[in-house]
Design a protein around this ligand. Structure first.
Ligand SMILES: C[S@@+](CC[C@H](N)C(=O)[O-])C[C@H]1O[C@@H](n2cnc3c(N)ncnc32)[C@H](O)[C@@H]1O
Length: 221
């Protein structure tokens, strides 16, 4: 299941979804902002301001050279990370054919195609065929599958590498802020299983951060 509401934070108004003040000032260029606006207008699920800013903060600190992203959409987060990191290479996986084709056009248009390995396919299958050695993994595909992917992603991640899993507190359902609709209970159960697995894993140090729709940030020891 994907996000149901693709609206982003309007930082010009300084408002977060919760109505609290947002202090985020995204440092991206006009071309990238236009691409994001076009995604929001078409209700394509790309990272909101808070999440994208935190993602860029994290990769700026970690300085990964080899990045894996599950859930390319039209390439916004991938391009933003590659723009921040001129030495980095990105492998990114998308199962929607239209998004995959558009992402490839966007990678070319932003001059990062030669540093990108865009793969069309199901993330669960693709990760089993990858060699590993990643310094950073951005997990942003179907949320209910995260827990299934975790053992393989841990294996693909270098020691000291970072696993950034987005949307783990979706709509406030997961941490009890908002009552879970009956038909979403199974979905929430899978995310809670991911949180339990990531926080109790002896090889990972994991924090759950209430940014955007919630991020689980794990470092492999
Ligand atoms: C939240 S969007 C990704 C947004 C993107 N990372 C960004 O911020 O610009 C999630 C994407 O994951 C894709 N997706 C969902 N399940 C998938 C799967 N099993 N394998 C590959 N892609 C998947 C969806 O088609 C969607 O484009």
């Amino acid at each position: 299941m994907e996000k149901l509401n693709y609206a982003h934070n309007d930082t010009s108004a300084g408002e977060k979804k919760s109505g609290t003040q947002s202090f985020v000032k995204l440092k991206i260029d006009e071309k990238m902002q236009k691409l994001r606006e076009s995604a929001f207008e078409r209700r394509i699920p790309v990272a909101d301001d808070e999440t994208l800013n935190f993602l860029l903060c994290t990769v700026s600190a970690v300085k990964p050279r080899k990045i894996l992203e599950l859930g390319t959409a039209i390439g916004v987060s991938g391009i933003a990370m590659l723009n921040r990191l001129p030495e980095a290479r990105l492998t990114t996986v998308e199962k929607n054919a239209d998004f995959y084709e558009e992402a490839k056009r966007n990678f070319k248009s932003f001059g990062v195609l030669s540093r990108t390995n865009a793969i069309f396919g199901d993330a669960g299958e693709v990760i089993e065929s990858l060699d590993g050695g990643y310094d950073f993994i951005f997990l942003d595909s179907a949320k209910a599958q995260y827990v299934k992917y975790l053992p393989t992603l841990k294996h693909l991640l270098n020691k000291g590498g970072v696993l950034f899993a987005d949307d783990v507190l979706l709509y406030g359902w997961v941490n009890g802020e908002v009552e879970v609709p009956k038909k979403r209970k199974n979905f929430v159960k899978h995310i809670l299983e991911y949180i339990e697995a990531a926080t109790s894993d002896s090889e990972l140090i994991t924090s759950i951060i209430n940014i955007g729709d919630g991020v689980a940030l794990s470092v492999k020891k």
